[in-house]
Write a protein that binds this ligand. Structure first.
Ligand code: ADP
Ligand code: ZN
Length: 218
């Protein structure tokens, strides 16, 4: 087999990007790079970047670019070769970030940008009930909790509500999504890279739709 696909996964908060990006990464044998996860890990580790990031995240604001770019640079320096493929989840989410990504990928452009499309009413429901593993990031829902006492099925970590899944922070995140991230959907459409995938319904069906979209670009 040749190289893996170079994928950007876009979608509202609660659209299922994290879960589906992890499945795509496994399916294609490519790294899953989530800026949200990188930022939460840095915050938990109490690094300089992390402490700065945490106050923005808890308010639902975007973290400043120097922090996000710094963490991404560290992540890439850790050994993956971008030309061999990746799935980016949560990045880019502003036009500055999209342009910076194009620059960084020079000579190895994206294969596809996917808009994982879910209506706002659905994501509000999903986020209100969402619970995540503090340790590995696995996600659950109050209607579908882990088997034992809010202990992660995957790793035994504690399963909690995300600090930024409060009502105020969620409303702010969705507002910023409309203002800052929706314009880059158009940017990718104009470049001929955009595929819209329906993110509603059964997770396995959504995953099949995603794989079909990615395969159509390889
Ligand atoms: P969501 O999709 O629900 O926003 P993420 O885990 O992707 O969740 O991101 C959580 C938070 O991390 C964001 O609200 C924001 O504060 C910060 N963040 C993640 N990615 C970026 C980015 N590319 N630029 C700026 N801030 C980011
Ligand atoms: Zn876990």
């Amino acid at each position: 087999m040749g190289r893996g696909p170079r994928v950007v996964l876009l979608g509202k908060q609660g659209a299922g990007k994290g879960t589906q990006a992890a499945r795509l990464a496994e399916h294609y044998g490519i790294p899953h790079v989530s800026t949200g996860e990188l930022l939460r890990a840095a915050a938990a580790a109490g690094t300089e970047f992390g402490k700065k990031a945490e106050e923005y995240m808890n308010r639902g604001e975007l973290v400043p670019d120097d922090v996000v770019f710094g963490l991404l640079a560290e992540r890439v320096a850790a050994g993956d070769r971008v030309e061999n493929g990746f799935v980016l989840d949560g990045f880019p989410r502003t036009d500055t970030q999209a342009i910076e990504l194009d620059r960084a990928l020079e000579g190895h452009p994206l294969d596809i940008a996917i808009n994982l499309d879910v209506p706002t009413e659905t994501v509000l429901d999903r986020i209100a009930g969402r619970r995540v593993c503090e340790n590995c990031g696995a996600t659950y829902h109050v209607s579908l909790p882990p088997k034992k006492d809010w202990t992660c099925d995957e790793c035994g970590g504690k399963v909690v509500q995300r600090a930024d899944d409060t009502e105020d922070a969620v409303m702010r995140r969705l507002e910023l999504y409309e203002q800052e991230t929706v314009p880059i959907i158009d940017y990718y459409r104009k470049l001929g890279k955009l595929e819209v995938v329906d993110g509603e319904g059964d997770g396995d069906d959504v995953f099949k739709r995603l794989v079909t979209a990615v395969d159509s670009r390889l």
